[in-house]
Design a protein around this ligand. Structure first.
Ligand SMILES: *[C@@H]1O[C@H](CO)[C@@H](O)[C@H](O)[C@H]1NC(C)=O
Ligand SMILES: *[C@@H]1O[C@H](CO)[C@@H](O)[C@H](O)[C@H]1NC(C)=O
Ligand SMILES: *[C@@H]1O[C@H](CO)[C@@H](O)[C@H](O)[C@H]1NC(C)=O
Ligand SMILES: *[C@@H]1O[C@H](CO)[C@@H](O)[C@H](O)[C@H]1NC(C)=O
Length: 530
């Protein structure tokens, strides 16, 4: 039975400059030998046998349908992809060369590692590693580490541990993490699943689960700090499903200040109540805490409304978009009601009380298994929503949602085009394929008017987004050493790459020039270890 988990991630094809999406759906549950039908019919199964539209068996046979697709943004085309194990409720990261690594999932897929490397000829597909994880990773989280192409995988259902992919030493297994035992709420469905992970600029890992958080030295397997518990009651992690970001990191303090923000979640007892058909009001509070330095205290503020199962995305302007989700209930089959149709925009720099703006409502409910992702064209792609225990397209309050939508932020409005930096090109100098840490590179762009002092340069790490968790998401505001004005409105800004992989792990980033709050279209750049 296909569960239709919406996983979103923007992948990169550097050579052909094609942009793709991967939306993976579930394949198998233990109860069913075969997945249920999606709405993407295949002419033949992946084992080569034909799928007939005249055979009633074939019409019902899930192997005659696609459960993962690649979406090409520019052409608005989708292409079916072959999945050989179940990625339902998995996690993922982009490696330094743009390959997507997807980890875990359900059943026989729970210990699997899959790779997807997009290609120009539309022939590429998921590749599954022959090596397996030490523990089952269902509802686990990922963080890409400063060490090239190494990922830490934390938690999962009945997995109070973490492990590295690839392993640090070949004899390594998983490492016990007592913090995940301590935060597990067995009656509430866990409430510590899909823990929030953020890499701090000191190289340590921030881990938030349920209501508690730690700073963790993963190299030494040691908890360095236990932070105060976030106020506001309830729980913040799956199935309570709040969301979290690190606020933009800034060159002005050498990226040393790292501030985490956690918003929404579900009330205590929401999971048990939902099982009985009662949907408790979600949490409306957000907490901000600086995790670097020595003083740690949650500063609390309220969103314009209660929210669970939302996504939090960092926009190129440094504002935080809060989108999708529900006002009541929590994650799980039919566990929520009152969809949150209005996105919120949060400006972290304004005074408390003035930070939230309520945006225009959508008409489409996107609760459990919905997703959202920032695109290089300044829009936010929104997809998914399925609170049913298989693809269900009719006769339920919230059918499996197949419509894609784009949220077009105000900053993309034509009236701001005179302010918008255009025609970005990136010049690394020489024939390098990326910029090394602490080194300079140049971005050329056009600007109609004389740029003010408020031109900013942001780089954004592409996240893997599922279950309200945008893994690896971070935005850095880079220092501009100097700007030159050439003929015809052309500008050349010499930028300084982040100082170290602790601040921004190696890989692809979206570079955006923002003039007076109006962003350019974004360009991919790569940060490389020299
Ligand atoms: C392919 O899969 C179908 C459905 O599971 C099965 O009936 C058929 O025998 C398979 N064919 C081959 C060639 O393996
Ligand atoms: C990308 O990097 C991964 C990990 O280092 C490697 O296994 C893979 O072969 C690379 N892919 C390509 C196409 O270079
Ligand atoms: C800038 O980009 C626009 C399209 O966005 C294109 O029409 C124009 O020719 C470009 N200008 C230069 C100088 O490359
Ligand atoms: C350019 O690339 C070639 C081949 O990889 C290399 O031999 C050469 O040193 C590079 N030049 C510069 C300026 O980096």
């Amino acid at each position: 039975m296909g569960r239709n988990t919406c996983l979103f991630c923007l992948s990169i094809h550097a050579i052909f400059a094609l942009l793709h999406f991967v939306v993976s759906d579930a394949v198998k549950s233990p109860a069913a030998k075969s997945p249920s039908p999606s709405q993407y019919r295949l002419h033949q199964r992946y084992n080569g046998s034909q799928c007939s539209t005249r055979s009633r068996n074939d019409l019902k046979d899930g192997t005659c349908y696609a459960h993962s697709v690649e979406y090409e943004i520019q052409g608005n085309n989708i292409r079916p992809l072959r999945l050989v194990s179940d990625p339902w409720c998995s996690s993922g990261s982009f490696l330094g060369n743009g390959t997507l690594m997807q980890i875990g999932g359900h059943g026989r897929g729970s210990k699997r590692v899959r790779y997807f490397r997009p290609c120009g000829n539309h022939q590429c597909n998921w590749q599954q590693s022959t090596r397996s994880l030490s523990d089952s990773r269902w509802y686990a989280s990922n963080q890409l580490l400063p060490q090239h192409d190494r990922v830490i995988v934390v938690g999962g259902r009945n997995a109070h541990s973490y492990e590295f992919v690839p392993k640090l030493h070949c004899q390594d297994k998983s490492f016990n993490l007592p913090f995940l035992h301590d935060t597990n709420d067995a009656h509430g469905g866990g409430n510590n699943l899909y823990p929030f992970l953020h890499l701090s600029s000191d190289g340590n890992l921030f881990i938030f689960a349920n209501r508690d958080s730690i700073l963790f030295n993963y190299r030494r397997n040691r908890v360095i700090k236990s932070f105060p518990r976030i106020p506001g009651g309830g729980s913040r992690n799956y199935p309570s499903s709040g969301s979290s970001v690190i606020l933009p990191l800034d060159h002005s303090d050498k990226f040393q200040k790292v501030e985490v923000m956690v918003c929404g979640g579900a009330a205590s007892g929401a999971y048990e109540a939902a099982e009985g058909g009662r949907f408790l009001r979600a949490l409306n509070s957000c907490g901000r805490m600086v995790i670097t330095g020595n003083i740690h205290k949650w500063s609390m503020e309220n969103m314009p409304g209660p929210r669970t199962m939302h996504d939090m995305l960092i926009l190129p302007t440094g504002h935080i978009l809060i989108i999708n989700g529900a006002k009541r209930g929590c994650a799980g089959w039919q566990n929520a009601a009152s969809p949150s149709l209005e996105p919120y925009l949060y400006n972290p720099k304004k005074a408390v009380g003035e930070r939230f703006t309520v945006l225009k409502a959508t008409k489409i409910a996107r609760m459990y298994h919905s997703s959202a992702l920032l695109l290089p064209n300044g829009r936010v792609l929104v997809a998914g929503g399925n609170p049913n225990n298989k693809y269900t397209f009719s006769k339920v309050a919230y059918p499996t949602e197949l419509r894609l939508q784009a949220l077009v932020p105000d900053y993309m409005d034509r009236q701001f085009n005179h302010l918008r930096p255009r025609n970005l090109t990136v010049d690394y100098g020489g024939n390098s394929s990326g910029v090394a840490y602490g080194k300079q590179f140049t971005v050329h762009f056009m600007l109609g008017r004389r740029p003010g002092k408020d031109v900013e340069y942001s780089v954004y790490a592409p996240p893997f987004t599922t279950h309200s968790n945008s893994m690896n998401q971070r935005l850095l505001k880079l220092r501009c050493q100097r700007m030159r004005r050439d003929a015809g409105g052309l500008r050349s800004a010499v930028l300084e790459a982040p100082p170290s992989p602790n601040v921004a792990p190696p890989g692809y980033y979206l570079l955006t020039v923002v003039n007076a709050g109006i962003p350019s279209l974004s360009k991919w750049i790569t940060l490389i270890n020299a």
